[in-house]
Structures are given as structure tokens and as C-alpha cells.
Design a binder for this molecule. Structure first.
Ligand SMILES: [Zn+2]
Length: 289
């Protein structure tokens, strides 16, 4: 058989990808309008327009800078059996499962670095300065951050041993999950308490977008929540109505226009004034409402 027939060298069919991504976006947007979780501070229309502009730039950056690197690399990885997963010669289902889990875990590390390495934080900050949090925030990443992540992505593919299908599956699941966990969707608390043991949920990620530094420094996971359990970085006991979304020194909406946020990485860093959190009644790893 020719190599063209090998399913691992293919990506998800375009129609399936579109149904999954746009289906998730439409469902989440509809539900967050019907069951909002946090009160919004800014005009939804204005934020949506700004975040849509970011997402178009992000999509262009991924298409022009990331894909031309990762597409041929993942094909070479698959054909030459490079990297951890390929060396193990696993059945297809296990290969795909491990690809998603390990890409997700190494994205956890990248996300941690974007907060802890000052140069990377300059760019990731553009994502965090949004004063409200909803599905549109999920698509708001500075082009610079996406460019800087290309070598990391290439290293993930090469060292972990990721085939084109594993990469495509992880990318689609990541996109669906980030639209869900950034959303302003109020799930029943009992359901979300169960869900967050497995995947990242809106209340859990809302705490990561708090202006309280100690809360931002928690919940770094993307799809599955186990990396935060593993590293003891889980923080669930902050009630959503007590959270102020954003970055402490950037709370003035007039400073957060599209142009100003694009310039943000190149302007002087402001000290993070430290809003404190009062004592909370629930234990750290119990999800508050
Ligand atoms: Zn972050």
C-alpha cells in the first residue's frame, strides 16, 4: 500500500473540523448568553470586535508561521519513527491518546513559562488584560506569542513523536476546550465539580484570569486538569463573583484598545500591585460557586 493511505499521515476531514470548532463556538456563545457566570464590565460588541481582530491575526500567524513548520515535521516524525511515542510502536488508538495527553502536558509547561519568563509574559499579558472573560477571549492571543511558540511546538512534535493525525486531533480538541473554559457559561456547580476533576472548566480557568497574582499563578492546564493536580497548582475555592478579571496594573479600558494591546509587549513593564484575597471558607481544591 502507498503511504498516502496511512491514516496517521492525514489530518481531520475539513468538514469534521469545522463542525466541531464552529459547533462548540455556537453552543458556548448561545449558552453563555442564557446562563452567564460573571457580570460583564465592558460592552460585549466592542470586546467581540477586538477579540475577532486578534483571532484573525492569530489564524493568519498559525497558517503562515506554524503550519509550514509542523506539517512537514510531523510527517517526517511519523515516517522515520522519531520521538518517544513512535519509538514505542503503539496501536493507533493508544498513539493518538498519548499524543493528545503529552501535547497537552507540554502545553501546560509552555503556559507556565509564558507567565514566569518576563519576555514571554510581555506577550501573554495581551491575552490576560481582557477585562471580561468569555469564548472570544479564547481566540485573543498576540501574534508575537504565537510566533514565539513555533519552536516549542516543533520541539513537542519532534521529541514526543507526533504524527499529523495526532497533532490535528490535539489542535481541534484544544480549540474546543479553550472556547469552553474561557466561556462565561454558568454550569450547575455539582456538575462542574465533577467535570473539573477531568477537564478544565469555566470557573477553574476564571480563577487563572484573576487580578490576584497568587490566583493567576494557578490552574495552568488546558484540556485535562491532571497537570494542575500533579503539580499542586490547582486552586478552586475562589467564588466567581469575588474575582476581578484582568491584570492588576491594566484596569483602565481606555488603555486596552486593539492598537494599545498590540503595543503592550513593547512598552515598559508595570509593577503588579498586589490585591489581596481575604480568607476563604472552602478548602483550596473545592470548587466554589
Ligand atoms: Zn495564562
Amino acid at each position: 500500500m502507498t503511504r498516502k493511505r496511512d491514516p496517521m499521515t492525514r489530518e481531520l476531514p475539513r468538514w469534521l473540523n469545522a463542525v466541531l470548532v464552529f459547533g462548540t463556538l455556537a453552543t458556548v456563545v448561545l449558552l453563555e448568553m442564557r446562563r452567564p457566570l460573571r457580570k460583564s464590565r465592558q460592552s460585549k460588541l466592542e470586546r467581540d470586535a477586538r477579540n475577532a481582530a486578534f483571532s484573525l491575526m492569530a489564524a493568519a500567524t498559525v497558517a503562515l508561521a506554524e503550519k509550514p513548520v509542523t506539517a512537514p515535521l510531523s510527517l517526517a516524525v511519523h515516517r522515520n519513527r522519531w520521538g518517544l511515542i513512535k519509538m514505542a510502536r503503539l496501536p493507533v488508538a493508544l498513539d493518538l491518546l498519548l499524543s493528545v495527553a503529552l501535547l497537552d502536558y507540554t502545553l501546560f509547561i509552555w503556559h507556565y513559562l509564558t507567565h514566569k519568563v518576563p519576555f514571554l509574559w510581555r506577550f501573554h499579558k495581551s491575552h490576560h488584560v481582557d477585562l471580561d472573560l468569555d469564548a472570544s477571549t479564547a481566540l485573543r492571543f498576540h501574534t508575537g506569542e504565537l510566533l514565539l511558540s513555533v519552536p516549542w511546538r516543533a520541539a513537542q512534535v519532534r521529541l514526543l513523536g507526533i504524527s499529523p493525525l495526532g497533532l490535528a486531533l490535539w489542535q481541534t480538541l484544544t480549540l474546543m476546550e479553550i472556547m469552553f473554559h474561557h466561556s462565561n457559561l454558568r454550569l450547575p456547580l455539582a456538575l462542574e465539580r465533577r467535570l473539573c476533576r477531568v477537564i478544565v472548566t469555566p470557573r477553574m480557568h476564571g480563577i487563572h484570569h484573576s487580578i490576584v497574582k497568587e490566583e493567576t499563578d494557578s490552574n495552568w492546564s488546558t484540556i485535562f486538569s491532571w497537570p494542575d493536580y500533579l503539580h499542586g497548582t490547582l486552586r478552586l475555592n475562589v467564588p466567581q463573583q469575588k474575582i476581578t478579571i484582568g491584570v492588576a496594573p491594566y484596569q483602565d479600558p481606555a488603555e486596552l484598545t486593539l492598537g494599545k494591546v498590540l503595543e503592550l509587549p513593547f512598552s515598559p513593564e508595570r509593577p503588579w500591585n498586589q490585591p489581596e484575597r481575604e480568607q476563604l471558607p472552602l478548602p483550596r481544591t473545592t470548587l466554589a460557586g
